[in-house]
Design a protein around this ligand. Structure first.
Ligand code: SAM
Length: 273
């Protein structure tokens, strides 16, 4: 098996402040409800692109005492996930650095394989899904969840925020990803060789003052990240001053008592024949 863990993940905010602020808040209860009913005690499970591991530890609880492995291309995420599992005393969760395109596991190792918020950042999502299916046992379960900007709504309207959403889409596209992959998840899984696939969708909402403030603050950070700014400025999609304005617009939006945002996430569960 080839080991190309140095392959660039090519994502616009990996390990940036936005990443740090948002990822660690995610849990099985808030982000993987569609997948958990299919899990059973004792199953072995692989979480691909586990980030700081906050979803992985919940998956580990769902299959306990089955072994769970979280992999991520980013070493610092792997360390954070290990720290979290240690702090929670989770005995059945382990983490290691690996590339989803080249998983360091034998064919047919796991009962379940999962990827949350990962496929939209990949240049070749179907190749990654094929690799995930390879390490899945026959009859095993594969689950994925990714956003689709086509189903995104927010209020109150602000042209700067509209522009910011277009910029995110452009930068993700520039890096080879697809912010509208959600609608294609079912087709992608089928293209990867999984015949039986069920798709669903859910909304992630910011409606309370705490949620909108966090959303405004975390979104405002994206436009201050040098990895994001460099691409936008280099491509002449906006200048640095405009990005500062956009960043402030998100912060102000998050402070508004009438602010509301909802983003569509698409979900798939597939069974390997
Ligand atoms: C948006 S984060 C999602 C993290 C976590 N699954 C969650 O939803 O909270 C995407 C993660 O995918 C990882 N990633 C990107 N490309 C990868 C690759 N080729 N192989 C493994 N992980 C990758 C990134 O390092 C990052 O931690």
């Amino acid at each position: 098996m080839s080991d190309n863990t140095d392959r660039e993940p090519r994502s616009h905010y990996e390990s940036g402040s936005y990443h740090q602020m948002v990822m660690g808040q995610r849990t099985v209860e808030s982000h993987a409800v569609f997948f958990v009913p299919h899990l059973k005690e004792g199953m072995s499970l692989l979480d691909c692109g586990c980030g700081p591991g906050s979803i992985t530890v919940g998956l580990a609880r769902a299959v306990f005492p089955g072994p769970v492995v979280g992999i991520d291309i980013d070493e610092s995420d792997v360390s954070k996930a290990e720290e979290l599992a240690r702090a929670l005393g989770d005995q059945n969760a382990a983490f290691r650095r690996a590339d989803v395109y080249s998983l360091p596991f034998a064919d047919e190792t796991f009962d379940a394989v999962f990827a949350h918020g990962v496929l939209e950042h990949l240049v070749e999502p179907v190749t990654a899904l094929r690799e995930m299916a390879r390490v899945l046992k026959p009859g095993g379960l594969i689950g994925a969840r990714s956003p689709d900007y086509g189903g995104h709504i927010y209020y109150p309207h602000d042209p700067l925020i509209d522009e910011s959403l277009r910029l995110i889409e452009q930068v993700v596209g520039h890096n080879g990803g697809n912010r509208n992959i959600g609608r294609q998840l079912k087709a992608s899984l089928m293209e990867a060789g999984i015949e039986r696939v069920e798709a669903s969708a859910s909304y992630e909402c910011s409606g309370s003052p705490d949620q909108t403030r966090l959303e405004g603050e975390s979104m405002s950070l994206i436009f201050l990240e040098s990895s994001f700014r460099d691409i936008v400025v280099e491509e002449r999609w906006a200048d640095a001053g405009r990005l500062d304005e956009i960043s402030s617009a998100w912060k102000l939006w998050g402070e508004r008592p009438d602010a509301f945002r909802a983003s569509a996430w698409c979900e798939v569960v597939g069974w390997k024949s």
